[in-house]
Design a protein around this ligand. Structure first.
Ligand code: AMP
Ligand code: MG
Length: 411
């Protein structure tokens, strides 16, 4: 049997970051920046007002108070976007709106709240500091500076930065296209009537959603039966739109383990037993002319889920141009014992991880789900972590401090 670490390495050897392409901003959303972005301009590009008010010379208002307001003639009205060359001489002012260019001669903006709001003349009831309510050119971004680093994930904030410096597109590693296919003669589409011996198909929904949550473009191919020719044909069909293919089912030791059967013939996919529970049977390799990576996950729903978290997730990260980090680890105290764990295999137990503010040095608790069978998927609904039970450990008392893998929060 192979170790979990070895299988992670083998899977990662199959993938490399997707070729960068230049994408329009909203298409680039969720992509990973392939080069740093520098700004060709300063932001703001010109001195402007941060408030609705009046552009003045601060010296003119030195003696202003509520008893003795200073009255100034208003010589211009400057809305945002105004380009007329306005100047404010001493003793005068201009009405100005937020974001409008500061007129020449003015050195402060008085907010409208400090005035009577006059249009021909305005009374100001207090002095103003020089520079008040003025946004200076370059105080946000200096021309030529790097505004986004290579490797940045383009979310809402990053798109705002790109747009604000005038970029309509960005060079990104695009979202990987993940195609998900399940196999099994017993599978039926949810919503359809079910016959004896059949089950509603769930793995492909789970994996497609997990791939979407991991920042990929994911496509559910649905499921096929256990006919070798159909399975191979469907996999080959899927390659046109896939950067990586995920299959579930048909990889263990059964007589109808069709994925293993058809892919073994190609000789480019390796099937191994990995020393873990759930999820022992795993396959990884490439298919088709472009040597598209394919990961064949076991059919038991929990095995498939854990396989995604351990092996698929880092592979998807590498395809995205991110470091292939594993899930973050925290230490937690078990709130229930683990009565048995198989010797020689690492167990991953679904658990609910909680922050315990009174917990001292181990601030987390982990409550393992009571139903841990690889077919018992009901606990997936609340699971937010996986408790790791090492290969050599066969049981753990309540209160043991264990390693816990934190699953990402739902989007
Ligand atoms: P297999 O790996 O194909 O031998 O399947 C192992 C177990 O997982 C069997 O009980 C299957 O019925 C079940 N299973 C396989 N594929 C799926 C699926 N897509 N959705 C739900 N259960 C599945
Ligand atoms: Mg099967």
């Amino acid at each position: 049997m192979k170790t979990v670490e070895q299988h992670i390495r083998d899977v990662l050897d199959l993938v490399e970051p997707l070729e960068p392409i230049e994408l329009d901003l909203l298409r680039a959303h969720g992509g990973v920046l392939a080069e740093p972005v520098t700004s060709a301009v300063s932001l703001p590009q010109f001195d402007n007002s941060s408030m609705d008010g009046y552009a003045v010379n601060a010296d003119d208002l030195a003696g202003a108070s509520s008893d003795t307001p200073v009255r100034l003639p208003v010589v211009a009205d400057i809305p945002a976007g105004d380009v007329s060359p306005t100047a404010v001489r001493p003793g005068h002012c201009a009405r100005i709106m937020t974001g409008a260019p500061l007129p020449r001669g003015a050195d402060a903006v008085v907010p409208v709240e400090w005035t009577d709001g006059g249009q021909a003349t305005v009374a100001v009831d207090r002095p103003v500091r020089r520079g008040n309510a003025i946004r200076r050119a370059g105080e946000d971004v200096e021309k030529g500076s790097t505004v986004l680093q290579r490797g940045a994930r383009l979310g809402a904030g990053e798109l705002a930065v790109l747009a604000a410096v005038g970029r309509a597109s960005a060079p990104v590693h695009p979202r990987p296209r993940v195609v998900v296919l399940s196999t099994g003669a017993e599978l039926v589409e949810p919503g359809s009537p079910i016959g004896p011996g059949q089950i509603w198909e769930s793995n492909s929904y789970m994996l497609t959603a997990a791939a979407l949550e991991a920042g990929c473009a994911a496509y559910r191919r649905g499921f096929v039966g256990d006919d070798p020719a159909t399975v191979l044909e469907t996999i080959e069909d899927a390659l046109v739109e896939a950067d990586i293919v995920l299959t579930t089912g048909g990889v263990s030791m059964g007589a109808y383990d069709v994925v293993k059967e058809v892919l073994s013939r190609l000789g480019t996919v390796r099937f191994d037993k990995v020393a873990m529970q759930p999820g022992m049977p795993q396959g990884a390799g490439t298919v088709g002319e472009s040597a598209t990576p394919i990961l064949t996950l076991p059919g038991n729903p929990v095995s498939s889920y854990v396989s995604f978290q351990l092996f698929v997730r880092p592979a998807l990260r590498r395809l995205r141009g991110l470091p292939p980090d594993p899930l973050p680890v925290v230490h937690a105290r078990l709130t229930a014992p683990v009565p048995h764990s198989p010797r020689g295999r690492r167990s991953y137990l679904r658990a609910v991880l909680e922050y315990d503010s009174g917990g001292g040095s181990t601030a987390y608790t982990a409550q393992p789900a009571t139903r841990q069978g690889s077919h018992q998927l009901s606990a997936l609904a609340d699971t937010n972590a996986l408790v790791v039970v090492p290969e050599a450990v066969t049981e753990l008392p309540e209160g043991s401090v264990v390693e816990v893998l934190q699953l990402p929060a739902h989007p």
